[in-house]
Design a protein around this ligand. Structure first.
Ligand code: TMP
Length: 235
């Protein structure tokens, strides 16, 4: 497979065309942002951690019946994925209160929910990724009703698989953000990444944060947390 011109540069990844119309190459950067890009920094080695962790989890999810965009890991930072049209919804699943949920509803972090919650944000940097409901997503034609139903079902299946997996490495999966894409034939697949950038991970014993909240909240030990998560996941 030949890497061709850059198609897109996001906050954490670059995407390149290839000589295969149906494939692109993603390249993970060490750049970190928070609060819609207002806070900027570098997390040394993050690109390697996020690439390898994402690919490990995507492979696991495929074996558990979740279709993903994953094709082949090329190197520590680069992966071939199926080309998709990203559905402009950030799909957030929560098992424990934290972050914007705690802020919005005025509750402490750490309340364990009886059932997971699923919510959507409209993926739009100019608007700051606002919370959106199903009816509004339909009105804006961001996805069809059928697609929204598939996305919710897949998101909850991802949660079941990942919760069980992380329990085995002594990590509580607090919440996470997924993105889905459409293949050329319209099939919905899991896309983007699943990493310490996009999940909250708390050590089950000490409740220590092992994710991007260390960067967002200036807690220190950011690189150590990322490499610790890679060690636990990849073994
Ligand atoms: P939140 O509590 O800030 O809404 O975040 C929920 C989850 O989504 C958390 O695991 C971090 C992740 N997330 C992203 O991946 N990208 C984002 O831009 C934001 C705001 C959160």
């Amino acid at each position: 497979m030949m890497k061709l011109q850059q198609l897109y540069e996001g906050k954490a990844k670059r995407v390149y065309a290839t000589d295969d119309e149906s494939r692109v190459i993603v390249s993970y950067k060490d750049d970190a942002t928070a609060f819609n890009g207002q806070k900027k920094g570098t997390i040394v080695g993050k690109g390697v951690v996020n690439n390898r962790v994402t690919n490990y989890l995507m492979r696991l999810l495929e074996t558990e019946g979740v279709p993903t965009h994953f094709v082949e890991e090329l190197s520590d930072r680069e992966t071939v994925v199926k080309k998709v049209e990203i559905v402009p919804l950030e799909v957030i699943v929560r098992n424990i209160s934290a972050g914007s949920f705690s802020k919005r509803y005025g509750v402490e972090e750490g309340i364990v929910f009886e059932r997971p919650t699923v919510e959507f944000s409209y993926k739009n940097d100019d608007l700051g990724d606002p919370l959106i409901n199903d009816d509004h997503a339909l009105a804006l034609r961001l996805a069809t009703a059928e697609e929204i139903a598939v996305i919710k079902t897949l998101a909850l299946r991802v949660n079941d698989v990942l919760k069980a997996f992380f329990k085995r490495v002594n990590v509580d999966l607090v919440d996470f953000k997924l993105e889905f894409g459409r293949l050329a034939d319209g099939t919905i697949v899991l896309a983007d990444e699943i990493s310490p950038d996009t999940c909250r991970f708390w050590d089950s014993t000490t409740h220590e944060k092992l994710d991007k909240d260390r960067f967002r909240r200036d807690l220190g030990g950011v690189e150590d947390a990322y490499s610790e998560m890679m060690r636990r996941i990849l073994g």
